[in-house]
Design a protein around this ligand. Structure first.
Ligand SMILES: O=C(O)C(=O)C[C@]1(C(=O)O)C=C[C@@H](O)C=C1
Length: 376
């Protein structure tokens, strides 16, 4: 697993600042990997939480300078828990903004205990590319994996490396289940699926099953961390499976060393700026997020808001909605777009925010940060 374009914060810049970063734990979750990429230890103190909501809580309470939360996955879409907290219906997170993003390639592993003896086992080491499997390894294992390429080194991807007939329970995070549906339906239809708070929590639960009848879909690091056997590797539906994480902080706390300092053009972003000079609109180097509601009964109210972005020449990169919980079937919308409120020489972002005053019922700016995939 790799994270694209590591963008780490220098240790010197962070002397005398709060260096705690909260992420969804336990350790060895994908959130942990994403956090380590952006906030290398030991300069940063990484603190696992039990839920995504706790990441928001700690940042808002000032107990963590930053928080890292999954936002969307390329296969399964938006992470509902994160959107729910960004919606901030109870006004608990009034100061929280997004100040950066991290992309992580996500390859899921099936972890559990091998049957002992397991005559079908070939190579259980995490990340091994040389493992192969007998045609009778598991229910319907004879058929080649349909979802990954068929090169020889990929033969062990997406197929069981050991018998799975003893697995009765399969733990994982709902997002991970959503990214591995083909494998689970094909090889583990006989097992009960149990959603838990993270993939590393899933591995912890599987490791704690004395009968060895539980398995987890989790990361290869969780295999090592919890001493589990790798029963299958790269079980995601799509090999290009990628999750994008948001880095959160409190608004106005982007002082020296803060990651958002780079989002408004700090030194660390300079090389990147030069690379991107060719971009037609310089705002493509950045992204911003706003949430808003529109008058529910007014025809075209949502279109009016979207038209403001078109009018200002701002490219949208994602649109989401969640129930407003004010009245049934009324929604709060999120629009993410290219451009920064913090570096806005042409005034396009400032302009669109003024437009929102006119056409939206309520709106909130949720941050501007460097586009870590500009030019793609
Ligand atoms: O469960 C984890 O390991 C997480 O960090 C959460 C999460 C998510 O919510 O999207 C992160 C990345 C993967 O997409 C699957 C799960």
């Amino acid at each position: 697993m790799t994270a694209s374009s590591p963008h780490q914060v220098s240790s010197q810049a962070n002397l005398n600042t709060n260096t705690t970063v909260a992420f969804l734990g336990p350790v060895n979750s994908y959130s942990h990997q994403a956090t380590k990429t952006a906030f290398p230890e030991p300069e940063w103190r990484l603190e696992p939480t039990g839920t995504i909501k706790e990441v928001f809580d700690r940042v808002q309470a000032g107990q963590a300078a930053y928080g890292v939360v999954p936002f969307e996955n390329s296969t399964h879409g938006t992470v509902a828990f994160t959107l729910d907290n960004l919606a901030d219906r109870a006004g608990e997170y009034a100061e929280i903004v997004v100040c950066d993003e991290v992309y992580l390639d996500v390859h899921h592993f099936l972890l559990g205990r091998r049957r002992d003896p397991d005559p079908l086992l070939r190579d259980p080491s995490p990340g091994s590319a040389s493992a192969s499997v007998s045609a009778s390894a598991a229910p319907s294992a004879a058929a080649p994996s349909s979802h990954h390429s068929s090169s020889s080194s990929s033969n062990s991807k997406g197929v069981p490396l050991a018998s799975l007939s003893h697995i009765r329970r399969l733990y994982s995070h709902p997002q991970a289940f959503g990214q591995t549906g083909a494998f689970v339906r094909r090889y583990l239809a006989h097992a009960e699926t149990v959603e838990v708070s993270s993939t590393s929590r899933a591995a912890e639960l599987a490791a704690g099953d004395p009968a060895g009848e539980s398995a987890a879909i989790a990361s290869e690091w969780a295999a090592r961390g919890f001493g589990l056997d790798v029963l299958a590797r790269w079980v995601e539906d799509r090999e290009d499976n990628t999750t994008r994480f948001f880095v959160l902080r409190k608004d106005g706390e982007e002082g020296e060393g803060g990651r958002a300092g780079r989002a408004d053009g700090g030194e660390e972003g300079k090389g990147r700026e030069d690379e991107d000079d060719a971009a037609a609109y310089s705002g493509a180097r950045y992204k911003s997020l706003v949430s808003f509601t529109v008058p529910h009964r007014q025809p075209g109210a949502l279109a009016d808001v979207l038209d403001c972005f078109r009018g200002r020449g701002l490219n949208l990169t994602s649109i989401n909605s969640v129930p407003s919980l004010v009245e049934p079937f009324q929604y709060l919308f999120f629009v993410e777009f290219e451009g920064s409120r913090l570096d806005d020489p042409e005034g396009r972002v400032g302009g669109v925010l003024e437009d929102l005053n006119r056409v939206a019922e309520r709106w909130r700016w949720l941050g501007s940060w460097r586009n870590r995939r500009s030019g793609r």
